[in-house]
Design a protein around this ligand. Structure first.
Ligand code: PLP
Length: 451
């Protein structure tokens, strides 16, 4: 390929990046990833970088699994594309929907496919409103979500999300979507115990339902463990109370499993980890380990029965795309064949948690937030008081991320929190490499702050 500087110049000239400041891109040049294998990326300068974020929380199987490419090639040759509109179907979509019905808990037995998590959450938005309208309650259309949540970037899913800096662009949120507080005890819990804080945050849902009128509220949406919001681990009191309130007021419960699904929290689904039985689950990312773009909504027997009785005027050209569906099915087959859940529970999780505990002793690290194989390390000037840096917007987190890159490690920063979501196949030896590089990055950040 072209030399790095030339690629960077072309990139800055012609390629518009999501969530990126283009001035910064032009000044520094993009980091260009050319190949990847297992847990390591290779950049255009030949650096071997350990990816502790699986790109964007996607590549759970690790990079370069040859079976995935073989299945994609076979499917492309056999049937590269056909739609699933108007009473047509194909084998990969049928097989994947059946497999997901088998894996999903309870009576979540029906899948509406999409091309991404954003599209799937748009489906959910329209589906819950249509569901209540079909049941003769069209006014039951409001949806409650949480501040600082991320549910996608389309106008619908971006409105469901609760990030104000996203809302500011493009006229979001759309009407009928409301946001309550997030269960982030470390940042917002003050003097309350985590349990009392978790309960209080859940009860905001009841307050909001009563304010709007239960007859107007269609659904509540939340990630079991909030990911892009900073890996927010809810206190144990939070989710049981949310579920109780949803059931009391006949409000559908949507679990956004785009990050938490497919092993990330140590179970197939994050809903199982936090002990809830949602009516709808949003899936994407780990469904195909990011090898092909696919997402979807898995819904209960009751919702499917109501929706199947009408024509749902909704769908995407690539709903259930045969190549993506075949790749996702292969991903799930490999997860089962290699007993990935067993590896996570018995090997990867204990090693990762031990490494994080050590990192938690670093003077910059306030605490360790961890669930299964997703974690965050909030950086702080003072552990005991849970103080924030004056630059809460993320200057220190950004510095640390840059030091990670300099040490051939990818950790993301959300504000001043460092985020960790390694490949689920990672070995204890690779976790040692992660911990050594993370320590170097934290030390370098600490030194910069002292100097
Ligand atoms: N939901 C959650 C919880 C996510 O983290 C994301 C993406 O990060 C989305 C939805 C949107 O998914 P996509 O980027 O595939 O549209």
């Amino acid at each position: 390929h072209l030399p790095t500087a030339e690629l960077q110049a072309l990139d800055a000239a012609h390629h518009m990046h999501p969530f990126t400041t283009n001035d910064e891109l032009a000044a520094k040049g993009a980091r260009i990833i050319t190949r990847a294998s297992g847990v390591y990326l290779t950049d255009s300068d030949g650096n071997e970088i350990l990816d502790a974020m699986v790109s964007l929380w996607c590549v759970n199987l690790g990079y370069g699994k040859p079976e995935m490419g073989q299945v994609a090639a076979r499917q492309m040759n056999e049937l590269p594309y056909y739609n699933t509109f108007f009473q047509t179907s194909h084998v990969p979509a049928i097989a994947l929907a059946s497999k997901l019905a088998e894996l999903a808990p309870g009576d979540l037995n029906h899948v509406f496919f999409a091309g991404s998590g954003s599209e799937a959450n748009d489906t959910n938005l329209r589906m819950v409103r249509t569901y209540w309208a079909q049941k003769g309650q069209p006014e039951k259309s409001h949806i409650i979500s949480r501040k600082n949540a991320y549910h996608g970037s389309s106008v619908g899913s971006g409105s469901l999300g609760g990030m104000t800096y996203i809302h500011e662009q493009g006229g979001m949120p759309i009407p009928g979507i409301h946001h309550i507080g997030q269960p982030d005890w470390w940042s917002e819990g003050g003097d309350q115990t985590p349990e009392a804080f978790g309960l209080a945050r859940a009860q905001e849902l009841e307050e909001k339902i009563l304010e709007l009128g239960a007859e107007k509220v269609a659904a509540f949406i939340g990630e079991p463990i909030q990911g892009a919001g900073g890996v927010v681990i809810p206190p144990s009191t939070y989710w049981p109370e949310i579920e109780r309130i949803c059931r009391k007021y006949d409000v559908l419960l949507i679990a956004d499993e785009v990050i938490c699904g497919f092993g990330r929290t140590g179970n197939w689904f994050g809903s199982q980890t936090v002990g809830i039985s949602p009516d709808i689950m949003t899936i994407a990312k780990g469904l195909s380990s990011g090898y092909a773009p696919i997402g979807g909504s898995i819904v209960s027997d009751e919702i499917a029965a109501v929706m199947n009785a009408c024509e749902f005027n909704h769908g995407y050209t690539y709903s259930g795309h045969p190549v993506c569906a075949a790749v996702a099915l292969e991903n799930l087959r490999i997860m089962e064949e290699e007993d990935l859940l067993g590896h996570i529970r018995n090997t990867a999780m204990p090693a990762l948690h031990a490494a994080l505990e050590k990192l938690g002793e670093h003077p910059l690290v306030g605490t360790v937030n961890v669930s299964g194989m997703m974690a965050s390390l909030p950086l702080t000037p003072h552990k005991e008081s849970r103080a924030k840096f004056a630059s809460d917007g993320g200057t220190v987190g950004y510095m640390c991320r840059e030091h990670c890159f300099a040490n051939n490690l990818v950790m993301r920063h959300v504000g001043d929190r460092m985020i960790i979501s390694p490949p689920l196949v990672i070995t204890p030896e690779e976790i040692d490499v992660f911990a050594a590089r993370a320590t170097l990055a934290l030390d370098a950040t600490y030194k910069d702050l002292k100097d």
